[in-house]
Design a protein around this ligand. Structure first.
Ligand code: 5GP
Ligand code: MN
Length: 349
């Protein structure tokens, strides 16, 4: 059947080599830890838990650790309650990392992407097996499956499972998690990175009985009143449009966030709404995480690389059309002023 061939990934040689090595080297008595980047998004959470569920169904036990909490709109995800968070249970996570034989590092390309967990991960003597879709991975992986053309890390993990010949026995919990990652990192299957292969994976999941509708419902249609009101406030009161350049910025200060009882994930998706404004080519969501520290999400359309802007100006990085970074030592009004002085360089207008 043609659909089955489409399950072969875009980079079958790389996947099959990684799959063979990793499967051969996973021993039932191994201590296996699975982790992802700080401020974990849907792809990071889907990846760590999807792999966890899949390994568990094959008799391999593992523990999931994350640098910090995932967005509350994923509170329903299977396995979310069993995760250790470094910023809350530092000693336990240090112990897990120190005594691990294998650490799967998912959805990040450098040790600096795990925040305060960096030293513990760097010093861990375990084998580090990395599966990721960001550009230019740093050299910290003992094994690496990296494909920046792939829309999500979850898609790459499914490719590994295809390589292991286990797609017909992938569990419902694992499918739910992988679906979340593919869905969120492709903005519900709309980015150019989505391919026939992506849809072949989804088709396989649905054929195996995955209830996709309830995943969309749980993720997008169960928003708190605070979240909806914060986003409305942001768009009506905190949006700065530099119309002639196609730049639009939302800047939320601490007081704004406190007013709407901000929780992790409450501003997720906002930057894409800003990018959706007619004429906008670059959108920035700026959030004052603490006094003197502003966190940025950047998005662009077309040829403008927000990865380059984030890397050169904001100590960050990411993908060409979706990146992140930070600003230190500026208030929000100072940051907005700063943007207006830098625009000309970015847009060579
Ligand atoms: P988001 O805006 O969703 O937080 O991040 C968008 C993209 O930029 C993601 O692919 C994420 O991995 C990357 N990114 C976000 N923050 C940083 C950062 O501080 N450094 C680097 N290198 N990449 C980041
Ligand atoms: Mn990702």
């Amino acid at each position: 059947m043609e659909g089955i061939n489409l399950l072969e990934s875009a980079s079958p040689v790389m996947v099959s080599e990684m799959a063979r090595q990793c499967w051969e080297d996973m021993k039932p008595n191994h201590s296996v830890v699975i982790t992802a980047h700080r401020s974990p998004d849907g792809d990071a959470v889907g990846a760590v838990l999807g792999l966890y569920h899949h390994l568990k169904s094959k008799g391999i036990r593992s523990t999931v650790v994350l640098p910090d909490r995932f967005p509350s709109f994923l509170d329903w995800i299977p396995g979310g309650n069993g995760i250790y968070f470094f910023n809350e249970e530092t000693d336990a996570v240090n112990q897990l990392l120190t005594s691990a034989d294998v650490i799967w590092c998912l959805d990040f390309n450098g040790l600096d992407r795990v925040g305060k967990m960096e030293d513990a991960l760097r010093n861990a003597t375990a084998q580090k097996w990395v599966v990721d879709h960001h550009q230019l991975p740093d050299e910290f992986a003992d094994r690496l499956l990296s494909d920046p053309s792939c829309g999500s890390t979850c898609e790459l993990l499914v490719d590994l499972i295809v390589g292991w010949g286990q797609m017909d026995s992938v569990s419902n919990d694992a499918m739910m998690c992988f679906y979340v990652g593919i869905m969120t990192d492709t903005a519900s299957f709309r980015f150019p990175s989505v391919t026939a292969h992506t849809h072949a994976i989804l088709s396989h999941f649905l054929a195996r009985g995955l209830d996709h509708a309830s995943i969309h419902q749980n993720t997008f249609d169960e928003q708190s009143l605070n979240r909806v009101q914060l986003q409305g406030f942001a768009m009506s009161e905190r949006l700065h449009v530099f119309g002639e350049y196609g730049l639009a910025v939302v800047g939320l200060e601490r007081a704004d966030l406190d007013r709407f009882h901000f929780k992790s994930g409450d501003t997720e998706g906002l930057v894409n709404k800003v990018l959706g404004l007619s004429g906008v080519r670059v959108a920035i969501m700026a959030r004052e995480a603490e006094p003197g520290l502003i966190k940025l999400s950047l998005r662009s359309v077309g040829d403008i690389s927000v990865r380059d802007i984030a890397a050169s100006e904001f100590d960050g990085g990411g993908h060409k059309n979706a990146a992140g970074g930070i600003v230190k030592g500026k208030t929000m009004p100072e940051f907005i002023d700063f943007l207006s002085t830098r625009i000309l360089d970015w847009f060579d207008a």
